[in-house]
Design a protein around this ligand. Structure first.
Ligand code: COA
Length: 324
């Protein structure tokens, strides 16, 4: 008995930016990018593909798959670090765009872990009131927040949106356990400053611009360790081992992080869903996009145990276990 996914949806921008095209933007090569990250291409938002528009399209597809009307939705949670505007929230734009007129709506920022944090929050609302139906969306337009002269970061990220409609089921299915963590002391290793302050007393010193800044090697180490701990944490809470898990859908940050995770946890490759080569790291959108793709490919059956894990700026991290 618990919170189940009633439908999934996603929306990727049309424009594909390949590694070969990136070679003319920064000093890099397809070979370097593929061997270090596993990324071959990423999507870049264009006209009609703003953050809220991608999110709304993904939401509409999830609603259609769920057979739920927009006005049946009670809450819209949007996980993003590339909100359309600072105010109002992207969730409010989505609520209007899809006509979810009975829903309240808010954004949540936990960087690349945001979708799982939102999924867990939705579960708490549904546990409190079984009649609720909630849209949880992960969306990013990181192409608008990258320094396209910095080869260390601009090759890694992409744009896109993924969404789920969740509701209550009396069956044995549902969200089983979750395990989350944060460590704000390491914020500088993966961060993005906001707009310049208009109050000089509140200005951030040496404001380096509003784009992604990253200490790649350190992030790599922390990402592997934190996701490994979260996976152990959630499995221990449920009292099961990885052999009871049918599919693992991790945050699609980069193939070397995932390979290390697989090695440390001894996850059989066939249990791991990976699509990072096509979309790069889409931050909060990566897990719901991967979930929608795995679902559409028929890789998840009713009763399967599915494990999600994520890591992102903050630092933030976590794992969620569901019975599909
Ligand atoms: N193309 C070519 N060379 C590049 C490059 C690029 N796109 N980016 C960096 N390099 C160079 C560096 O300048 C450095 O050159 P130098 O030795 O002359 O100084 C060299 O490659 C090695 O750089 P380094 O940063 O040590 O490489 P790395 O093996 O650590 O790989 C990352 C870099 C970013 C791929 C890797 O650290 C990583 O995956 N980190 C995690 C990033 C991530 O996933 N963040 C999001 C988490 S949610």
């Amino acid at each position: 008995m618990g919170t189940v996914v009633l439908g999934t949806g996603s929306c990727l921008p049309e424009r594909i930016l390949t590694n070969v095209e990136l070679e003319s933007i920064v000093d890099t090569s397809d070979e370097w990018i593929q061997s270090r990250t596993g990324i071959a291409a990423r999507r870049i938002g264009g006209k009609g593909e703003k953050t809220y528009q991608l999110a709304a399209k993904a939401a509409e597809r999830a609603l259609e798959a769920a057979g739920v009307m927009a006005d049946e939705i009670d809450l819209v949670i949007v996980a993003t670090l590339t909100s359309h505007m600072l105010m109002p929230s992207t969730a409010c734009f989505v609520q209007d765009e899809i006509g979810a007129k009975n829903a309240f709506a808010y954004d949540l920022n936990a960087a690349c872990s945001g979708f799982l944090f939102g999924f867990d929050a939705a579960d708490k609302y549904i546990q409190a009131d079984h009649s609720k139906k909630i849209l949880v969306i992960g969306v990013e337009t990181l192409s608008s927040r990258l320094n396209w002269k910095d080869r260390n970061t601009c090759i890694l990220f992409g744009d896109g949106a993924g969404a789920v409609v969740v509701g209550y089921s009396e069956s044995e299915r549902g969200l089983l356990k979750s395990d989350f963590g944060s460590d704000g002391s390491l914020w500088e290793l993966l961060c993005m400053y906001g707009p310049q302050s208009l109050n000089p007393d509140l200005e951030i010193e040496n404001h380096p611009g509003s784009h992604v800044l990253m200490g790649g090697r350190e992030v790599f180490k922390h990402a592997v360790r934190a996701m490994e701990d979260a996976v152990h944490g959630v499995l221990d809470k449920e009292g099961i081992g990885l052999d009871s898990v049918d599919l693992v859908i991790p945050h699609q940050a980069n193939i070397r992080i995932l390979n290390k995770l697989v090695e440390r946890l001894s996850i059989p490759q066939e249990k791991l869903f990976i699509n990072v080569s096509k979309y790069g790291n889409t931050s909060a959108a990566s897990i719901p996009i991967a979930l929608d793709e795995a679902n559409n490919k028929g890789l998840i059956s009713v009763g399967d145990t599915v494990l999600f894990c994520a890591f992102g700026g903050g630092f933030t991290w976590g794992a969620v276990l569901i019975k599909w």
